[in-house]
Design a protein around this ligand. Structure first.
Ligand code: ADP
Ligand code: MG
Length: 371
């Protein structure tokens, strides 16, 4: 139903006073797709949304939607109300004195088919039509957020911006509301940008993800690709549990405490050095082999073998947590590298402290320069 359009942010910068809040932000959100921007509090997420919405002006760069320039490029900025952009805030910001129907119809003044559009928006946001006459204080938090979404969708915006719309909700309700919102955006094929400080929310929201660090977009791309090959160890750890093992690069493999592991993605720079010197000097190859690196593994990649012919780890502790068991392991002989694996109870039978096991890595590592 929406007039979905491609949103392009090109080299945008914004300062408040002498503080640079956004620095050289470029982002492409294709027509009808969803992108999540994730970052710590204060990293500039809301400011970015406010620039797209037209509540603030960029100092540099340009923002365009379809073939319309919204801001920048020396031209005059398009006023917020003419941009065709819907905005959903953290607390919903519903009008307390208006009913659900009144809230959703608010942006439809002048439209002849108002009643039908309100029904359509309620249905998109999975709102029971029986709620139409209620006031915001008579709704649950999740219902209020879905009304806020329906109100934003009703004028059929080209883009919907969502600023941490689920963070005020309890865990169970958050998950359910999140799913309802994604389905509504999917059904209406609306281009959407969500900002959040929740990594899982960002990774599951849609087609794109951007990692915001101190006003810069540190990495952007397809969520699964960014998760599997983060640009830096810091981004790896920010997006989810990550084990970083000291390693060296040796003929296409990472040599670490767990042995030789294939490299899924080499971001260490050592690979390039290795190729360069490979054909020249034997001494050069040795140097490349000994380049210190960090190998990144996601905990889900670890496989535990108890029938180990080549043990490389020792069980140091076992802790039962509800339906799973946490197994603490010391890798190799060093005290430094320890990991915790969460496994079903039946897989840990006989794993007492002191037992030698073999830890394998499924799917290869991402290699970074040593810090
Ligand atoms: P986030 O949404 O990621 O938490 P914000 O975009 O709200 O971050 O803020 C980023 C930084 O910009 C913060 O340091 C904040 O204090 C500052 N900031 C935001 N808006 C203004 C403003 N209107 N005037 C001055 N500083 C601002
Ligand atoms: Mg914010």
């Amino acid at each position: 139903m929406a007039r979905a359009m491609r949103l392009v942010i090109d080299s945008v910068a914004k300062s408040f006073g002498s503080t640079r809040v956004l620095d050289d932000i470029s982002l492409d959100v294709p027509d009808g797709s969803r992108t999540a921007i994730v970052g710590a509090s204060g990293s500039g997420k809301s400011t970015l949304l406010r620039l797209i919405a037209g509540f603030e002006e960029p100092d540099h760069g340009r923002i365009s939607l379809g073939d319309r320039v919204l801001a920048g490029a020396g031209g005059r900025s398009m006023p917020a109300h003419r941009r065709g952009i819907g905005y959903v805030a953290q607390d919903g910001a519903l009008f307390p004195h208006l009913t659900v129907e009144g809230n959703i119809a608010f942006g439809l003044r002048g439209a002849r088919d108002r009643a039908a559009r309100v029904r359509e928006a309620m249905s998109l946001a999975a709102l029971d039509p029986a709620l139409a006459g209620r006031f915001p204080h008579q709704l649950s938090g999740g219902q209020q957020q879905r009304v806020a979404l329906a109100r934003a969708l009703a004028p059929r915006p080209a883009v919907i911006l969502l600023d941490e719309p689920f963070s005020a909700l309890d865990t169970g309700l958050r998950e359910q509301t999140r799913r309802a919102v994604i389905e509504a955006l999917e059904r209406s094929a609306t281009t959407a940008v969500l900002v959040t400080h929740d990594q899982d929310e960002a990774l599951t929201f849609g087609h794109g993800i951007g990692i915001m660090v101190d006003g810069r977009l540190a990495q952007s791309g397809v969520p699964s690709e960014v998760y599997d090959s983060p640009a830096t160890p810091e981004i790896a750890a920010f997006l989810g549990a990550a084990v970083l093992l000291p390693a060296t690069l040796g003929s296409g493999c990472a040599e670490c405490v767990l042995g030789r592991i294939p490299i899924r993605h080499d971001r260490s720079g050592a690979g390039a050095a290795g190729t360069e010197v490979a054909g020249t000097e034997v001494a050069g190859t040795v140097a490349a082999d000994s380049v210190a690196s960090l190998a990144m593994v996601r905990p889900a990649q670890f496989e535990l073998r108890t029938d180990a012919s080549a043990p490389n780890a020792t069980v140091t502790g076992i802790r039962r947590i509800g339906p799973i068991t946490e197994v603490h392991l010391r890798l190799g002989d060093t005290e430094a590298s320890t990991i915790e694996l969460r496994l079903p109870h039946h897989e840990v039978i006989g794993l007492d402290p002191g037992v030698r096991v073999e830890v394998r890595v499924d799917g290869g590592v991402v290699l970074y320069p040593s810090r």
